[in-house]
Design a protein around this ligand. Structure first.
Ligand SMILES: *Cc1c(COP(=O)(O)O)cnc(C)c1O
Length: 399
């Protein structure tokens, strides 16, 4: 006997939990892609994409996942041999830099390790040391989905400004947009990338590059900018197909229109941020209690440096791997694997997991996932402290 029948819950950091309303909006025949409703809907989606990023500037839409958006940003910003400064706080920051390197960019990396956020003082020092002003762009990950760390975007902007350096600031918000507070204009961000399948609650398949007027002017004709990835026609289309460099991602647009309506016009962005924060704090409270009686720790010690969409944790002696398996097969909850926290193929790999609380999630989903995890710890005799569910419910009750 197991308890996995019923609606499964994929509690991994993308694809996130999607509203049935979004899926239902996609379930329809193909629309006219030349004129009519789809054109109007796309104009509204583009405007709403700016609203969700709190940007009044430009946005380009791509049929791509997050890796495609990294490439889109790189293609529009750099010529071969240009220099980037990449700030790595986990797997995703490292990989964006490697991607840039593979495309011919000289990507200098400052690696802040797996347990702490970017130190703005080191960024300022690196930019001051760049006396020839060769660094064109600083690449930053807002929330690194592997480590769960959240970086302070305004502090990095302030470091660039304090160094008096002209570098543009590019931010990967793939794991944070629609979950954690983010303000494109107010925070002085120049480029930001995000995809459909995380905080925006739509299946994987479309993604976006927001860019400032300053970024547009600073990059008139980089030689990595190929016709398909060029953000110009996508952000300033003269014909409808130019939004997408070809056929529109018709059904994703219907889904996105619905999700943006839910986020912006129904729940409200401030409430969406507050909900993610409360659910995140409930998860952290549970881990703190479990950790008081077992080899269980959150990856990021400082709560202010933790993202609100995903929590990375360690359960020693392979407990994380065993618990993940139990939760999925016995209780219908799939937790995220640890990513980049241990060498692949070593026993330590089984010590790490991630719990997502990202997208269309509410109290019963997150509290339910925590209750399932504790049930699994009991069933597997993984030592853990008491009172985790009490602590989590107290967070949700107290808000
Ligand atoms: C998920 C994610 C990516 C990669 O996105 P894919 O859609 O898997 O290509 C990149 N950066 C961050 C921060 C992410 O969370």
């Amino acid at each position: 006997m197991n308890l996995s029948q019923g609606r499964p819950y994929l509690a991994i950091p993308g694809p996130s939990a999607m509203p049935d309303r979004v899926l239902a909006a996609m379930h329809r025949p193909a629309p006219n892609i030349y004129e009519g409703d789809l054109v109007t809907l796309t104009e509204r989606v583009a405007a709403d994409l700016k609203r969700v990023a709190l940007s009044t500037q430009h946005v380009a839409i791509y049929i791509a996942n997050g890796h495609g958006l990294w490439e889109a940003a790189i293609a529009n910003l750099f010529s071969r041999g240009d220099r980037a400064l990449s700030l790595a706080t986990g797997r995703f920051g490292v990989n964006w830099a490697l991607h840039a390197g593979d495309m011919g960019v000289e990507a200098e990396m400052i690696d802040f390790g797996l347990k702490s956020p970017v130190d703005p003082a080191r960024v300022e020092a690196a930019l001051r040391a760049d006396t020839e002003r060769r660094i064109k762009v600083v690449l930053l990950t807002h929330v690194d989905t592997a480590t769960g760390v959240k970086n302070d975007v305004p502090a990095v902007r302030a470091a660039i400004d304090a160094a008096g350096h002209p570098a543009l600031l590019a931010v990967d918000c793939i794991a944070s947009l629609g979950c954690d507070e983010f303000r494109f204009d107010d925070w002085g961000v120049d480029i930001m990338v995000a995809a459909s399948q995380k905080g925006l609650m739509v299946p994987p398949g479309v993604g976006f590059v927001w860019f400032s007027e300053r970024a547009r002017r600073a990059t008139p004709a980089p030689d990595l900018r190929t016709p398909y990835w060029d953000w110009t026609p996508r952000a300033f289309p003269e014909a409808f197909y130019q939004y997408f460099g070809g056929t529109a991602p018709t059904h994703h647009l219907f889904g996105l229109s619905e999700s943006l309506k839910m986020i912006l016009d129904e729940e409200g962005l401030d409430h969406v941020w507050a909900r993610h924060e409360t659910l995140a704090r409930a998860v952290w409270a549970a881990f703190d209690a479990w950790g008081a009686g077992g080899d269980i720790t959150l990856n990021i010690a400082d709560p202010a440096a933790r993202g609100h969409s995903v929590t990375a944790a360690r359960i020693g002696a392979g407990g994380a791997g065993r618990l993940r398996k139990w939760c999925e097969t016995e209780a219908g909850v799939t937790l995220g694997i640890g990513l980049g926290m241990a060498e692949p193929g070593t026993p330590q790999e089984g010590d790490f997991l991630r719990v997502a609380h990202m997208g269309h999630v509410n109290a019963h989903m997150t509290l339910g996932a925590l209750a399932v995890m504790e049930t699994g710890m009991r069933a597997l005799a993984i030592p853990h402290g008491d009172g985790a569910l009490n602590a989590a419910t107290a967070v949700c009750a107290g808000r």
